[in-house]
Design a protein around this ligand. Structure first.
Ligand code: KG4
Ligand code: ZN
Length: 351
């Protein structure tokens, strides 16, 4: 079955065609980063206007590259949430219109579940049957989630961030260091050659006293907190302005190490020896995180599933793939679904 996927939850306008939930026939992403760069972050009004302008061309390209026509499309899948309300609305409205016009089913999926599914895209990836059960770390600009996956559609959210997401910590840290936007790739690049032990920034461990902030059902030891890290960097820079680019590289490396340490420590706690561990989301592009999680997998004998770099940041292949694998709201329920900026992951746990 050929599924056309559409993803417009934030500032990437994306469309893709995936066959049978796994074979990616096309994966087109139009990144709006250059438009938002001067503002130091995503401006929702600009993002939604740009989605309206770019989406028709991006969808056309997703069909043109593998030489498909509209007749070859058997379902349309789209991200329902979470994300920016006005951005989600553009993709959802377009997908509803296309599904009606083509007379094919509409599937509405959850963005975090789509990120999680990205580790199964392409022929070389493990199959779902081989992979389950496993623990997934989904790390992006808006989410930091540790999820136990029994099988597709049966999840337990065991930990999440209590404040900033990991990607947000990268973006805010890069801003303080004057490295520009988006911050993740900037810190990743700037940290090369830096000394990770230059300063020891806090790792955001949950104190027992703070466990009242932990959502029920989650383990305080598997939750994250990154807002103190950003404050620590701010005060450090105030008291010790960096003397040269070498010091900025070391501060970037030390800051990155604090984020990566926090992520790896929770993964190590969450996963038992010999189990599977998956890494997905925009922050999964981080070279140091990929290195450290590979080391962890080697030392604990884990089956590691790293999302391919082309499926880490927001894309529509993960949306079409997840729908092709049988997940998401369908039919009339999907047609009636509203864009939901806060769509809870829990809804997928107990549908
Ligand atoms: O998954 P994504 O494209 O969008 C969301 O769903 O949020 O993730 C974007 C986030 C941004 O915060 C960006 O700074 C971060 O992923 N990111 C990185 C790297 N590349 C992108 N963070 C660390 N290292 C990178 N190389
Ligand atoms: Zn995302």
């Amino acid at each position: 079955m050929n599924v056309l996927g559409i993803e417009t939850s934030c500032d990437e306008t994306a469309a893709a065609v995936v066959r049978d939930g796994r074979h990616v026939l096309s994966n087109v992403v139009y990144s709006q980063t250059a438009l938002h760069g001067p503002y130091g972050g995503v401006v929702p009004e600009i993002a939604s206007r740009c989605h309206v302008e770019a989406l028709p061309g991006v969808v056309d390209e997703a069909l043109r590259r593998p030489g498909l026509t509209w007749h070859d499309i058997e379902a349309v899948a789209v991200t329902q949430g979470p994300g920016l309300a006005s951005s989600l609305l553009v993709g959802l409205s377009a997908a509803k219109g296309l599904a009606l016009r083509l007379g094919c089913p509409l599937v509405a999926v959850h963005h975090v579940e789509a990120h999680l599914f990205s580790v199964f895209l392409d022929e070389d990836a493990l199959s779902l049957a081989e992979a389950c059960p496993f623990v997934a770390l989904v790390v992006s600009g808006g989410h930091t989630c540790l999820i136990r996956v029994e099988k597709l559609g049966r999840y337990t959210l065991v930990g999440q961030t209590l404040d900033d997401a990991a990607g947000e910590a990268f973006d805010k840290g890069a801003n303080l260091l004057g490295l520009g936007y988006p911050g993740g790739p900037a810190i990743d690049r700037a940290s090369s050659g830096g000394d990770r032990d230059f300063v020891r920034f806090p790792r955001g461990r949950q104190k027992k006293a703070n466990s009242r902030y932990v959502p029920s059902g989650m383990d305080p030891d598997l939750c994250f907190s990154f807002s103190g890290l950003k404050t620590a960097l701010r005060y450090y820079l105030r008291d010790h302005p960096p003397a040269d680019d070498g010091e900025i590289a070391s501060l970037a490396a030390a800051y990155q190490e604090a984020i990566v340490d926090a992520l790896i420590e929770r993964c190590e706690r969450a996963v038992a020896d010999g189990q599977g561990l998956a890494l997905a989301g925009g922050v999964a592009l981080n070279r140091r995180l990929r290195e450290r999680i590979s080391d962890l997998a080697r030392s604990k004998g884990l089956r590691l599933m790293l999302a391919e770099p082309c499926y880490c940041a927001d894309n529509a292949a993960m949306v079409a793939g997840l729908a092709g694998a049988g997940q998401g709201l369908r039919g009339r329920e999907a047609m009636r679904a509203d864009a939901d900026p806060n769509l809870p992951f829990a809804r997928r746990v107990h549908p």
